[in-house]
Design a binder for this molecule. Structure first.
Ligand SMILES: [Zn+2]
Ligand SMILES: [Zn+2]
Length: 327
């Protein structure tokens, strides 16, 4: 974390002790945190919610109705990696919200390429839960009709896509040009981007699950939207976070009691306060930890909630659609 950013965060946090952060201050912070020079590569947050989105299907609770009324819609967790100078674009996970999410890639070059049915230089997939790959469906022949596109995932995920419809058709038609990767190994993707998958424990019905590290010319980013438990991971999350500049991490649930009628053991994820306890030393040392993949029941999804204020007070961040992180 730069001194300037720390000062700004401290000022924003100071404001929260007297009152919740004003919309003006939040907007100023969003501008600050999204500042990138014009041609610098960046990661663009396309969505921050758990797989099924926000509002969630059939949910007419107050929180989902609030989400329906938002002027800026919420989308399922996903990233774009953008290299404006080279005109290259990558997608990280393909969500059910993909159609409207791609509108957030506000680069004329992207729209031109999409019109030519080759929107991406590559697609990175974390795993086969619906929020992370179901959006591929509309890139097939009934939809965008995507030209052959390198698609990076584990060998097990590649097998799953190859051997199950409708994905198998996209593979046999050549649209998904599968490039299986080995966990832990860095892969050079182009002259400005390297990528490394890391296997994580996460209930494996159809595929295993990875988080991705992306290394650009200026920063290394960890994208880890789903994990069952930090303690069950063979790697130390503290060490992994220390090794990158920015970590975007699973923030599915804030408390174990927030999903009525569902046992938290059936949907295991580290709770946000626990993740902050585990990583507080890293954040205090200047590492940037940004939460994403937030379930519709997690109150931290609302910027004006006490839970979101607590996250900011402890020096952590919650991602938002449109956030740019220099790479
Ligand atoms: Zn997920
Ligand atoms: Zn999952």
């Amino acid at each position: 974390m730069t001194a300037t950013r720390r000062d700004f965060l401290a000022a924003a946090v100071g404001a929260t002790t007297a009152a919740l952060v004003s919309p003006d201050r939040l907007a100023a912070y969003a501008r600050f945190s999204t500042a990138t020079s014009r041609d610098e590569p960046y990661a663009l947050v396309l969505g921050i919610t758990q797989d099924a989105g926000m509002p969630q299907v059939g949910c007419y609770a107050e929180r989902c109705d609030r989400a329906r009324a938002r002027s800026a819609p919420r989308f399922a967790a996903s990233l774009a990696l953008v290299q404006p100078d080279a005109g290259r674009y990558y997608l990280v996970d393909a969500t059910p919200d993909i159609t409207r999410q791609l509108d957030l890639i506000d680069e004329p070059g992207f729209r031109e390429r999409a019109g030519q049915r080759r929107p991406f230089d590559g697609i990175f997939l974390t795993h086969a839960h619906i929020g992370h790959y179901a959006g591929l469906a509309v890139l097939g022949k009934e939809g965008l009709g995507m030209a052959p596109t390198p698609t990076y995932c584990t060998a097990r995920m590649a097998d799953y896509l190859t051997n199950n419809g409708p994905w198998g058709l996209m593979v046999s038609e050549g649209r998904l040009d599968l490039r299986p990767v080995v966990s832990g190994e860095w892969n050079r993707i182009d002259d400005q981007l390297q990528a490394r998958a890391l296997l994580v424990p996460h209930h494996p019905e159809y595929s295993d699950t990875v988080g991705w590290m992306f290394r650009g010319p200026t920063q290394t980013l960890l994208y880890l939207p789903d994990i069952d438990s930090w303690e069950r991971w063979e790697l130390s999350v503290e060490e992994v976070v220390e090794s990158v500049d920015v970590a975007l991490l699973d923030a599915s649930f804030y408390s174990a009691s927030e999903v009525p009628g569902r046992n938290i053991e059936d949907i295991p994820h580290p709770l946000v306060p626990h993740s902050m306890d585990v990583l507080q030393n890293r954040v205090d040392a200047g590492d940037r930890v940004v939460f994403t993949h937030v379930n519709n029941t997690n109150p931290a999804l609302f910027e004006d909630s006490p839970e979101a204020a607590e996250v900011r007070r402890r020096g952590f961040e919650i991602a938002t659609e449109g956030l740019r992180i220099p790479l």
